[in-house]
Design a protein around this ligand. Structure first.
Ligand code: HPA
Length: 279
């Protein structure tokens, strides 16, 4: 278990290790979600570090999450790409699953792109649709900032009124328009999993105003906001959520649908990276 009192010291240590292997200067953090890992292969001049080699990283146990850090160039930017993330349902603490975000902060990364696979809560959505996350609901029953405040990263009570940076959202909208890719928009609700939701829960989440549900992203976004990062979050809708169609949800369909959308997702991501203006 990561000791919160020491998290700042650990993050410095991990950042120094990564710098030693991959060199300094990553500009953008990118977390690849379920089924989207193959996008990591698009990076040019890649340096690959398995999570198992990285001090203080936990092991990636989720199916289809490769568990490798890849740094390299994509869309004209130097990207720190996580090919697979850590989830709360894997049994790790919130501090452990969000630790890589704190390492990115220590590496000087100020812009973060989070991606995931999610269930759609809107009947008009179809598997394979891409969605821009405009806000989130933390329904995970836990907040990653609970515990002693790591003041070296940010304040005790960070503002969450604009988690997802409007300028980055505009960048994603214009990139999608330029490529002729339909980009849905909506509120993402983070649920712990690993069981999928019940139809009654999905009806509740619809009444909350959520458009998408998934088992990640929210803790990372909270920790990234805490340390002042700009955030863009994109989902691939892999299925309609429980009870919307009269059929069970299979995890294989999630990975398959994300895999099928991968090429389109990759083109969008590259175009977004090209358009992002670093401050
Ligand atoms: N629910 C939760 N997480 C998910 C889903 C879902 O329906 N699809 C992909 N990730």
């Amino acid at each position: 278990m990561i000791n919160l009192e020491k998290i700042s010291e650990y993050a410095d240590e991990t950042a120094a290790f990564i710098c030693g292997r991959a060199g300094p200067g990553p500009e953008i953090g990118l977390v690849l979600g379920s089924g989207l890992g193959p996008l990591g292969e698009k990076l040019e001049y890649p340096v690959v570090i398995p999570y198992g080699d990285i001090p203080h990283f936990v092991k990636s146990t989720a199916p289809d999450h490769k568990g490798r850090l890849i740094t390299g160039r994509l869309g004209g930017k130097t990207v720190f790409c996580m090919q697979g993330r850590f989830h709360y349902y894997e049994g790790y603490s919130m501090a452990e699953i969000t630790y890589p975000i704190r390492v990115m902060n220590r590496l000087g990364i100020k812009t973060l792109i989070l991606t995931n696979a999610c269930g759609g809560l809107n009947r008009e959505f179809a598997p394979g649709d891409l969605l821009l996350i405009t806000d989130h609901i933390n329904f995970m029953g836990m907040n990653p900032l609970i515990g002693p405040n790591a003041a070296g990263f940010g304040p005790r009570f960070p503002d969450m009124s604009r988690v997802y940076t409007p300028a980055l959202a505009d960048c994603a909208r214009s990139a999608a328009r330029n490529l002729g890719i339909t980009l849905r928009e909506g509120v993402y609700l983070g649920y712990s999993g690993p069981s999928f939701e019940t139809p009654a829960e999905i009806r509740l989440f619809q009444s909350f105003g959520a458009s998408a549900v998934g088992m990640s992203t929210v803790p990372e976004a909270i920790v990234a906001r805490h340390c002042g990062m700009k955030i863009l979050a994109l989902s691939c809708i892999t299925n309609l959520a429980a009870g919307i169609l009269d059929q069970p949800i299979r995890s294989e369909e999630v990975t398959e649908a994300a895999g099928r959308a991968g090429e389109r997702f990759g083109r969008l991501l590259e175009e977004i990276l090209r358009r992002i203006e670093l401050s």
